[in-house]
Design a protein around this ligand. Structure first.
Ligand code: 13P
Ligand code: 13P
Ligand code: MG
Ligand code: MG
Length: 368
């Protein structure tokens, strides 16, 4: 059966500051989606990472459905109202527009959707990250689907051995390109090694795979909040859905990249590089310097469109060491204070205070 998985997230307010989504907001979301369940949705779940509320919905309306996006928008609006009543910080932060006009893209929330022919056993992992940007998924997605040092199946399983196709978006020039691995590994890395500019949007199998070549096996949100808002209001805090097993990376191969807490852009005021720390939902509460950036993973078995789960995948002592390393990297990076490369590059500060500082000094600058 055909199922669309829509994962849509937004920051509609945090308790305390940009710390966490309080229960009240999740309950609001839950109540609205529960009502929509038989009419619009097969099933749903509500979760959060830090101050980002995550809606996980399954249905048969396809991607970019006005009904589904409208439902999500309605949930975020209602939750933002509750956030306002509670005086939460940044109430309605990611809701950039007033009126919904058919599609939630470009309105602030992040969207990751895929339509698939559900397999007899369909393990999926929904990832959510707080205090970072869309390109944060580049390194883990590459490792899962293209790096045999991560994914043993690329060597061992004939369907993985064929390689995959990566849909890469140029986030500045708004263009996309599909690149094939292993043939184009180096060209792919040339692009996605710059995660502020190029982000992996989808991964597809190749022709001849068990899964149809037009069906995504992974999809990420690539919305850039500051571009949509025209100013800094918060970070993108992206989500992603990855399918696993049976010709795809095993669940453990999907999780493995996060054993290395790679450096991502975001953290305090969206303006600092820091390690991406894999945590249980319980610990998805960035505190130190508003971070370090966090990632959660929710595991489900999808069956007849129903979500069986979630399993809190990083609630596992085998990720303790990644968390410890992330804390060590956090100490090291923090000691740079306002210096690059802890602080993001001069170019990336263009959207925050840098123009104001330069403007103030413009009459005092003398030619050399
Ligand atoms: P599948 O080939 O069924 O995905 O299982 C692989 C496996 O056992 C992973 O460790
Ligand atoms: P969020 O993007 O998670 O709202 O964080 C904003 C911020 O400025 C944290 O310091
Ligand atoms: Mg926030
Ligand atoms: Mg956030």
């Amino acid at each position: 059966m055909k199922v669309t998985i829509s994962v849509i997230k937004a920051d509609v307010g945090g308790l305390v500051g940009h710390h966490v989504v309080p229960e009240e907001l999740e309950e609001t979301a839950w109540a609205i989606l529960e009502e929509a369940k038989d009419e619009l949705l097969f099933d749903f779940d509500v979760s959060h990472v830090g101050d980002d509320l995550i809606l996980i919905m399954t249905h048969d309306k396809g991607e970019d459905s006005e009904e589904i996006h409208g439902l999500a928008w309605n949930v975020f609006q209602e939750a933002a109202e509750v956030a306002k009543e509670m005086g939460l910080y940044g109430a309605g932060q990611d809701l950039l527009k007033n009126a919904f006009s058919g599609n939630i893209r470009g309105m602030g929330p992040g969207v990751a959707e895929m339509t698939i022919e559900e397999r007899p056993s369909e393990p999926i992992i929904v990832f959510g990250a707080d205090k970072t940007e869309a390109g944060a998924w580049n390194l883990p997605l590459y490792r899962m689907f293209a790096d045999p040092f991560n994914t043993a199946g690329l060597i061992i399983d004939p369907h993985l051995h064929m390689g995959f196709r990566f849909e890469v978006w140029d986030l500045i020039d708004h263009k996309k390109v599909i690149m094939s691995t292993s043939e184009e590994m180096y060209d792919l890395l040339a692009l996605i090694g710059s995660p502020g500019r190029f982000a992996i949007k989808r991964v597809f199998p190749k022709p001849g795979h068990l899964i149809n070549e037009n069906e995504p096996v992974a999809v990420a949100s690539t919305e850039r909040l500051y571009e949509e808002a025209g100013r800094y209001v918060g970070k993108d805090d992206p989500v992603m859905v990855v399918r696993a097993q049976h010709g795809l990376p095993a669940v453990g191969e999907v999780m493995e990249p996060f054993a290395f807490p790679h450096l991502v852009e975001g953290w305090m005021r969206g303006s600092h590089w820091g390690p991406l720390m894999p945590v249980s939902v319980r610990d998805a509460k960035p505190t130190r310097f508003d971070g370090p950036p966090r990632v959660i993973a929710l595991g489900y078995q999808l069956k007849n469109g129903m979500l069986i789960g979630p399993e809190d995948m990083f609630d596992d002592p085998s990720f303790d060491r990644a968390r410890q390393i992330a804390n060590e990297i956090a100490d090291y990076m923090r000691r740079h204070g306002p210096f690059e490369p802890h602080r993001v590059s001069f170019h990336d500060l263009e959207y925050t205070t840098m123009p104001a500082v330069l403007d103030k000094l413009k009459d005092r600058f003398e030619p050399l």
